[in-house]
Write a protein that binds this ligand. Sequence first.
Ligand code: M6P
Ligand code: ZN
Length: 190
Amino acid sequence: MTDLAPFTTLLDLDTGELTRDSDTVVARRLADLTGLFLHETDTDPERLVYRVFPVEVPPTNANLLHSITVLEPGRVGDEYFMTKGHFHAVRDRAEIYLGLSGTGRLVMATEDGRSVVEPMHRGTLNYVSGGWAHRSVNVGDGPLVFLAVYIGDAGYDYATIEREGFPVRVVEGSDGPVVEPNPRYRANAS
Ligand code: M6P
Ligand code: ZN
């Protein structure tokens, strides 16, 4: 067991801001997301898409990692701003998301090609079962802010999603967000 004293973090429930200073904020800009969007348009590569503010605990299976994600509103072509998305390196590790503000969709998929899309907004508590890759998508006009909690040794497998994509994508339709099959799903798979 790690010798970690209990502690409390203060969270602004509207903005997602944490009082605990985190110097390991992950900021992803369009330049970091090459290949993610189906129709890459001529958009500013420096444009900020999302930030992740982790609360630091040891990444072991005895601990619960947790972080706030702030995903900006925007689109590339008809596709809404989204996170890279990942499987957990330790596949069976589960995760929960608590929506704090904004409007989004949580896209989840299994390795055998099933997919589920769930709503995200203030008060949604999404359960991401083990074995399901997950990506959040901001379909609203303001930032999508949520808390994620997951088993500390889960790890990240980004490579599978980078290679295969998700089975579906979330695009802007004439009446709002639409989920449609991803024509590039597994197009690069060997
Ligand atoms: C959530 C959690 C984090 C993840 C972040 C951004 O906060 O799932 O673990 O890092 O979203 O998603 P990604 O790592 O796929 O870019
Ligand atoms: Zn995860």
